[in-house]
Design a protein around this ligand. Sequence first.
Ligand code: OGA
Ligand code: NI
Length: 332
Amino acid sequence: MENHTKDSTMKVSSLNSIDLANDDLHHSVVSLKQACLDCGFFYVINHGINEEFMDDVFEQSKKFFALPLEEKMKVLRNEKHRGYTPVLDEILDPKNQVNGDHKEGYYIGIEVPKDDPHWDKPFYGPNPWPDADVLPGWRETMEKYHQEALRVSMAIGKLLALALDLDVEYFDRTEMLGKPIATMRLLRYQGISDPSKGIYACGAHSDFGMMTLLATDGVMGLQICKDKNATPQKWEYVPPIKGAFIVNLGDMLERWSNGFFKSTLHRVLGNGQERYSIPFFVEPNHDCLVECLPTCKSESDLPKYPPIKCSTYLTQRYEETHAKLSIYHQQT
Ligand code: OGA
Ligand code: NI
């Protein structure tokens, strides 16, 4: 993988591209494995979600964020981490940020009705939806996107299994991605970031789960830092490619793979232009025990991380990074 400098301040990363329509599985797996060992970021193309539909999803996302704040507050994030997150609600890098992230969001998870035996699990439950009279067709568009993104995630999961020398269906089982936690998040960034003042569109972090499929509009902003221990840290932009997902591995996969596969630090800088993105966070089942995979340990590579249950780990990470819901109720 090579880097080139566009100008002295803007370094642009060049990432491997995984073509899901390529019949040469061996080639895809080798290229994916290389990306996972290097930085865990890669593009995914030919994933089967058509561009007109993607444009619709972004249009609907824009319509939501354009609503008056009081309308958005009607679907404020609940205790299941579903719904609207106002500006500054999340703080991903408290050590370097003066306030929270300069973004608004909307979390949508798997719709689990209240009569489902699993509905009371921490990241399950019904989604709050904006009023259908205010945003007709909105829910249908978002639910369809959720389904499609999950299908693409399962296809990537198969390639990841092969890259880890596991059975191709390893991650398809119920306790893995067969009945996963999978949460999409609509995001709108605004404002200008200034790292020297601790102001970020999205603070530096690594993602919590197995992997994230990121769809963005054409506005630059995402940066990665391949070596978090370097001083000073070197940040490279990841340019958006029309029609491609930017996919990155999360901390659970780093733990599963005993640190071989990388969950890389990333952040977003705002340049004053509005920017919309939609990460789709893929985590396994609530009860999945995330522990060193059989193919990633040996006498010389003992497991580095203690096993942890997916929902325990995720709950902890959300608590560390999101405002307490009680602050909103005090205001009203
Ligand atoms: C995230 C994230 C990047 C982006 O939400 O975890 O890294 O471009 N988003 O929105
Ligand atoms: Ni992220």
